[in-house]
Design a protein around this ligand. Structure first.
Ligand code: SF4
Length: 283
């Protein structure tokens, strides 16, 4: 889900009174992000310790009401482009559409209609003259093997798409501890290689202290080794979005998590940059 704009965002998923579409006014990005939540049931196949989804449950997105999604997205884009939402709700200097982001209360690629959703968003981007705006998918990357997800990623690439692929730890022990998933590192590698071949792909990494202890030197080394292996094998990554804890977790483990000093995030970012990758740090 969206860790990205939450730290600086006026983030109110219900503020437009819609099921699927919500605005995020992001000071950091200096504009409005149009969010699409395909998981109104708060269901994800992972359970990250820092997840900000309330009442998170294990599962998939429910069937998407495509007609309703189209109506909501067209209506909201119309309001943004032609109505008074910008003038009445958005501070001066931020009255621009920054991107459209599939970033909901769960894993967006778990929606069976994922490719159809991307096709719809691409069509409406063109209809409203938003070709320049990014189409961002925020994903844990676990369902990339599905043909429909790959079809969606191919379509995204045609519409200025970017995948933000979650990688918090590069070990199976670490992913079990942080993301509560029993996925394998081999699978993550395979999914990442596939995603980046289909659409420009960033890694999104959340870096924080657990029970007072920052990620270990071993966590750092495993992460760097994993990225280095991918880069040597020719995988093209756009870079790394390195996050601290922007907002409190809404999971039972919340009290065990704490933010790291920005200097520590920056020190780790410097090691990642040494691999030749762009790293954007958000404390
Ligand atoms: S991948 Fe993790 S952070 Fe994202 S919705 Fe699922 S549990 Fe939450």
């Amino acid at each position: 889900m969206s860790e990205r704009t939450l730290s600086t965002a006026d983030h109110d998923r219900d503020s437009a009174g819609l099921r699927y579409v919500y605005p995020v006014i992001s000071r950091r990005a200096g504009g409005v992000s149009v969010g699409i939540n395909l998981n109104p049931n708060n269901a994800c196949n992972w359970r990250c310790l820092y997840c900000q989804v309330p009442n998170l449950t294990l599962g998939s997105a429910p069937p998407v009401d495509m007609a309703r999604l189209e109506q909501e997205l067209r209506g909201f884009l119309h309001e943004l482009v032609h109505g008074d939402f910008m003038a009445s709700r958005v501070p001066e200097g931020m009255r621009r559409i920054n991107d459209i982001a599939l970033s909901g209360n769960g894993e967006p690629t778990s929606a069976a209609e994922f490719a159809e959703v991307i096709e719809l968003v691409g069509r409406l981007k063109a209809e409203f003259g938003l070709a320049e705006q990014k189409l961002v998918l925020i994903t844990n990357g676990s369902l990339i093997q599905r043909e429909s997800v790959q079809r969606g990623l191919r379509l995204m690439a045609q519409h200025n798409g970017a995948v933000w692929f979650k990688l918090d730890r590069a070990s199976e022990v670490g992913m079990l501890a942080i993301n509560d998933t029993r996925t394998t590192l081999a699978k993550v590698r395979e999914h990442l290689v596939t995603a980046s071949a289909l659409c420009p792909t960033w890694l999104q990494t959340c870096w924080f202290a657990l029970d007072g202890a920052p990620p270990s030197g071993r966590d750092e080394d495993e992460y760097l080794d994993f990225l280095s292996g991918l880069l040597h094998a020719g995988t093209r990554l756009q870079g790394v979005l390195l996050y601290g804890l922007a907002r409190p977790s809404l999971q039972p483990e919340a009290a065990r998590l704490s933010a790291l000093p920005v200097a520590e995030l920056e020190a780790f970012a410097a090691r990642v940059r040494d691999l030749g990758l762009v790293v954007r740090v958000s404390g």
